[in-house]
Design a protein around this ligand. Sequence first.
Ligand SMILES: C[S@@+](CC[C@H](N)C(=O)[O-])C[C@H]1O[C@@H](n2cnc3c(N)ncnc32)[C@H](O)[C@@H]1O
Length: 283
Amino acid sequence: MTDAYERMMRANQSNWDARTPVHLASRFYGIDGAGGADGADGEPDPSRWFAPWEWDDLGELAGRDVLHLQCHLGTETIAFAQRGARAVGLDFSAASVEAATGIAARAGAEVTYVRANVYDAVEALGGRRFDVVYTGKGALCYLPDLDRWAGVVAGLLRPGGRLYVVEFHPLLNALGPKPAPEEGPELLLRHDYLGGGGPVHRDATHTYTDGPAVEGATDSYEWTHGLDEVVNALAGAGLSVRRLRESPELPWPRWPHMTRTSSGWWQLPEPRIPLLYGLLASR
Ligand SMILES: C[S@@+](CC[C@H](N)C(=O)[O-])C[C@H]1O[C@@H](n2cnc3c(N)ncnc32)[C@H](O)[C@@H]1O
């Protein structure tokens, strides 16, 4: 890993520590039962962060060792524990890991959280292997080197173990994952669709949730990764792609004219375009 990448990831780590208190109190995450990505008040339900097809692809999790990489507040990690998995969440933000630990304890969910950079996960987890590694929904964009990431994932999986990546589709990222100021209803490409363009630097006082300004470390770096880059990185690490889904649904209404689907997620009436993808691979 180059020194420049290390420096950018350190900036990201501080930025995620600074974002965490804003996210914890946000209606978007709805940790205390208020709001949630869709704005509906009620008991927090970790399942709402998952599309139904994710559970189909993941299969039976009871009794399985499941590792959630870049788990942030553990909103998804808890759902694995509630389905009977031995769930481990890993994230490099100390504030996130502390918050996630408290959230799991309050929910009575048994989850182990580990603070480490994804790139150091094999050592940080003491060589432990998993049946399932899950990651996504805003995770891969913070990783500068996908080939190295795929090698780490291969080192974390038992033979036959499965990786499940559920990520925002490069098309959504190109359209902009949140509305630009004074944006109309038309879909306009604002950012690269293809990856490989190098780091994108942001200095933003506001994060993607509602809530007050982020205090302190506002610099962050993201990388655009095309689907080809993800698939080729996994193939290079010896993993086999078992399934790829492109979904028109999102957990929150990115555009005001999105409509609610039977799954509780949101979809554009037209045109039908992919906004999220799910990729299942095995070792
Ligand atoms: C948007 S969250 C993704 C988790 C979840 N889907 C969510 O929406 O809460 C991104 C997480 O990635 C973590 N992260 C970013 N780069 C990382 C790295 N190199 N190693 C470990 N965690 C990292 C951040 O700390 C943050 O908690």
